[in-house]
Design a protein around this ligand. Structure first.
Ligand code: NAD
Ligand code: DAU
Length: 339
């Protein structure tokens, strides 16, 4: 089996590559990634020596490059992680989100049709369901909910999902979609909540919590997401959407306090800053379908996952210290000064 993983130099894609090479040592895995600010060749170091792994630098919107790659490699399965993925950046500059997340998906599906790919899997997000109220803990996102969007990022991901379903219905492309809640774990770029707060806490710098910190996210350890996608590409039903989440809702303030406790730093580092525009209140996944149909359940509890994650950032300082020099400093200045 030959699998194309797009966006595999990023957070979840790289973890998925490691998961697949370990779980299916006879599969060939090709990573296509254009290495944006959050794609990192260092992340893929553990895979580079594996004969079953190959890295190709390229943009998913580059039709000529993508078609040539598909012609040469004859992929059985495509798993599309490649995306602009940070909500705050999408609020600043939506254009590149529409290009990569929508048009990139179209190019990959056109190539999948042309070269007879057996399964096109779209890695989607729970943000396409909008948000839930804080005072209705009985409500959860289910696969049959209508799509809506709060940010240019979620709008681009919802558009891509619609396009994927349209390619299935119109052209019979064998697709599946997964929609996962917030991931955490090794190799996450330190612009997202958990690694950003770990990094700032370790440096005794302020921890910038948006608004009141009451917003709720449903956290899942990244390896559990990878396991779910592996199950879907093997046993998931073509044309179906699967929600992925482990019933692990936490307010942002709770997450930040947990991190501070574990690294032994005071809560006085917490600094409330201006809220995100259009900030979604609560995400909460109902994972009943993937559990019932594929037997998926998460393995890692939050207490263990967050401890392992913090330890990973302590053990791999060089990985993130390199990232937070240069362009990252400019980004941080722009987003957080005068907020
Ligand atoms: P990430 O930002 O860490 O990585 C994205 C990767 O895509 C990077 O390696 C980047 O270089 C690559 N990329 C970007 N534009 C590209 C292009 N035009 N061509 C080729 N490669 C390109 O993102 P992530 O957090 O790993 O998310 C991966 C996928 O999972 C995204 O589709 C995202 O929407 C989805 N998702 C993320 C989460 C989460 O909590 N992080 C949850 C649910 C779904
Ligand atoms: O739900 C899945 C989504 O989760 C994915 O589709 C996205 O790709 C991924 O980035 C993530 O989106 P969020 O916006 O939920 O993640 P982020 O880490 O940016 O923020 C998590 C929460 O923390 C959110 O309520 C905003 C808040 N926050 C974030 C940052 C970066 C802060 O309070 N302070 C911060 O500095």
């Amino acid at each position: 089996m030959k699998v194309l993983v797009t966006g595999g130099a990023g957070f979840i894609g790289s973890n998925f590559i490691f998961y697949m090479l370990d779980k299916h040592p006879d599969y060939d895995v090709v990573c296509l990634d254009c290495l944006t600010y959050c794609g990192n060749m260092k992340t893929l170091d553990p895979a580079m020596a594996n004969d079953h792994f190959k890295f190709v630098k390229g943009d998913v919107t580059d039709r000529e490059l993508v078609f040539k790659l598909f012609e040469e490699e004859k992929f059985d399965v495509v798993v599309n992680f490649a995306a602009e993925s940070h909500v705050d950046r999408s609020i600043e500059d939506p254009g590149v989100f529409l290009r990569t997340n929508i048009l990139g998906t179209q190019v990959l599906m056109d190539a999948s049709r042309e070269y007879g790919v057996g399964r096109f899997h779209q890695v989607g997000t729970d943000e396409v369901y909008g948000d839930l109220p804080l005072d209705r803990p009985d409500l959860f996102f289910t696969e049959d909910m209508p799509l809506t969007a709060s940010s240019p990022y979620s709008a681009s991901k919802a558009s891509a999902d619609l396009l994927v379903m349209a390619y299935h219905r119109t052209y019979g492309l064998p697709v599946t979609i997964s929609r996962c809640s917030n991931n955490y774990g090794p190799y996450q770029f330190p612009e997202k909540l958990i690694p950003l707060m770990i990094k700032n806490a370790l440096a005794d710098e302020p921890l910038p919590v948006y608004g009141t910190g009451e917003n709720v996210r449903d956290w899942l350890y990244v390896e559990d997401h990878c396991k779910a996608i592996d199950m879907i590409i093997h046993d998931g039903k073509v044309g179906e959407v699967y929600n992925i989440g482990g019933h692990n809702e936490k307010s942002n303030l709770d997450v930040v306090k947990t991190i501070l406790r574990q690294v032994g730093k005071p809560e006085s580092l917490i600094t409330f800053v201006g809220d995100r525009k259009g900030h979604d209140l609560r995400y909460a996944i109902d994972p009943a379908k993937i559990h019932a149909e594929l037997g998926w359940l998460p393995d890692t509890k939050f207490d263990d996952g967050i401890r392992q994650t913090i330890q990973w950032y302590l053990d791999n300082r060089s990985w993130w210290e390199e990232i937070i020099s240069g362009e990252y400093q400019e980004y941080y200045e722009k987003m957080y000064s005068n907020r």
